[in-house]
Design a protein around this ligand. Sequence first.
Ligand SMILES: Cc1cc2nc3c(=O)[nH]c(=O)nc-3n(C[C@H](O)[C@H](O)[C@H](O)COP(=O)(O)OP(=O)(O)OC[C@H]3O[C@@H](n4cnc5c(N)ncnc54)[C@H](O)[C@@H]3O)c2cc1C
Length: 542
Amino acid sequence: MTNPLTTQLSRRQFLRGGILAAAGAGVLGSGPLVWAYHSDFVPAVIIGSGFGGAVAALRLGQAGIDTVVLERGRRWPIRRDGDTFATFEKPDGRAYWLRDRTGEAILGLPQLEKPIDRYVGVLEVIQGNGIFIGAGAGVGGGSLVFNAIIVKPRRELFERVFPRAIDFDEMEDVYYPRVKRILRSAPIPDDILATEYYRSSRVSLDQARTAGFPTRPVDLAVDWDIVRDEIAGRRTPSAIAGQSFYGLNSGAKRSLDHNYLARAEATGNVEILPLHSVAAIERGPNGLYVVTAFHISDDGQVVGRTRRLVCKYLFLAAGSIGTTSLLVRAKATGALPALNDHVGQRWAANGDIPVTRGALPPTNAGTGGPAGHFIMEDLDNPFGPTSLVELVLPPHINAALSAVGAPPHLANYASLGIPPAIGSFSYDHTTDAVDLNWPAADPRLANFLAAAQQTLSVLDQRNGSLTLSFNPAVSAHPLGGAVLGKACDFAGRVERYPGLYVVDGALIEGSTGLANPFFTITALAERCMDHILWRDRLSNGV
Ligand SMILES: Cc1cc2nc3c(=O)[nH]c(=O)nc-3n(C[C@H](O)[C@H](O)[C@H](O)COP(=O)(O)OP(=O)(O)OC[C@H]3O[C@@H](n4cnc5c(N)ncnc54)[C@H](O)[C@@H]3O)c2cc1C
C-alpha cells in the first residue's frame, strides 16, 4: 500500500530529491546533511487545522506557497444517514480523543460516565495541574466541537487585554469582518428563537433584563436553514435536540472543513494530512525546520514509519496547549535552544467557568443548541467585569440532575471574566511530558472569581433563582503560552527563529476581553498572515 504522504508529496515534487538536488547544487551550504537524506521537503508546514491553522492554510495556498497541514485527528464529513458524530445519549469513541470513558466526572457527575472505545474522537480532555481543559481534535480543530458562538470584544476590554500594537480599529474594520464573511455567521433568527426548543434563551434574556444587565445578541457560525430543516423534520434533530460538543449530525455547524479549509484545498497548493500527530520540531542546519510526525490509526496506534518533513516556514497552530507544548519541549531538549524565557508563560483560560442555574421559569432544558444566542454583561461589577453566555445543557445531564431532585428548570452558561495570565508550562525530562500548571488557589485569582460569583448572585437574587454549579476547574478556552510581543513579535514571528510562526490561541495572553475566543483568534491569525505574507517574502524555493 502506498503511503499517502509520500504519494502526495511525490505528485508535487517535494520529495527528498528536491532537497538533495538543492543540496548538491550548493544551495544549502556546507552543513551536515544526514538529516536531509531521511526527510521530505515542503516549503511550508502547518501543525494543526483549527482556527489559526485554517487561516494560515488558506492564505498560504492563495499566495501560491506549497503547504502541508499535519493534523492529528481525522476528517468528519457529514453523513446523509445522520450518524457522523456520537450523541450525548449514545456516546462512543467518536465523542472523545483517545479515552476509555466519557468525561462527566470532570463536571462532578461520575455516575454519568460510560465506557467507550478508544478512538480518535472529536473532544480532547487535557488534565493540567489545577485545571481540566476541553479542546477539539480533527480536521477543523475546535470548530468541530464548538458552540459556534461568535463574540467581538468591546473596544475598552480588548484594549485592556491586548498590547497597543494590535489596533482595535484595524481588527474591527478589516479582520473581524473578513472572518465573519467567510464563516457566514448570523444571530438566531426570530422564528427559530420563538420555538419551544429555544425557550431557555428567552428565559435567560428576561432574567438578564430583570437583573439590570445589558445584553447583546451574538452571531453563531450556524446554517440556520439547516436548523429550520431539523425543526421541520427534514434533518436529524441535532441543534434543536441539545447536541453540541460531540458535533452536530445535521451539519448545521459551519465548521472550518466547510469554509476556510475547503477553500485552502481548492487553491491546489495545500495538502491536509489527517491522522498525522507531530511529536517534535527542531531547526536543522541551514535554518530549515524539521518536523517529526507519527502517522496514527483510528485507535491512536502509530502506523508506518516516522515521517520527517523539512520546511522553510513552520506555522504552529496546534492550539494554545499543543503549540506551547511543542515549543517548551523543543527548548528543553535543545532542539530550539534560543527560544526566549517567555515561551511557556502567560497562560489562562479566558476566565471561562461552566455554570448551571436552576429554579428558573420553565426552560425546556436539554434542547435548543448549539448555544449562546446572546451575551449578558456586568461591566460595573465591583470586583471586575464579567459576562455570561448561555450554553445548551446536555439532555442527559438535565435528565440526571432532575432525577436526583435538583430544582426544576435548569440552564447552562459560560461565565467569562478577565483572569491574570499566571498559568505556565513545564517540561519533565524523565517522561518527556509537558505539563500545564494553573495555580488555582493563588490569591491573585480571588478578584476574578469574586466577580463571577457576584454577577451570579445578583442574577439569582433579582430572579429568585439558584446557582447550582460553578466549576472554575474546567474550561474550554485555553489561551497563551507563546504570547504576542513576548515569545513572538506582534505578527506571530517566534523571536530568534526566522521562518517559525505561531498563529493560534497561544499568541493571546490569557483573555480575549470577556468574549468567547475563536473569533479573535481567527481575526488575529488573519492579521498575522497579512503581515507575514507582505513582509517576509515567502517563496517555494529551498
Ligand atoms: C466544547 C467546546 C466548545 C467551544 N465553543 C466555543 C464557542 O462557541 N465560541 C468560541 O469562541 N470558542 C469556543 N470554544 C473554544 C474554541 O474552540 C478554541 O478557542 C479554538 O478552537 C482555539 O483555536 P486554535 O486555532 O488555537 O486551536 P484549535 O482549534 O484547538 O486547533 C488545534 C488543532 O491542532 C491539532 N493538534 C494538536 N496537537 C497536534 C499535534 N501534536 N500534531 C498535529 N495536530 C495537532 C488539533 O487536533 C486541532 O485540530 C469551544 C471549545 C470547546 C472545547
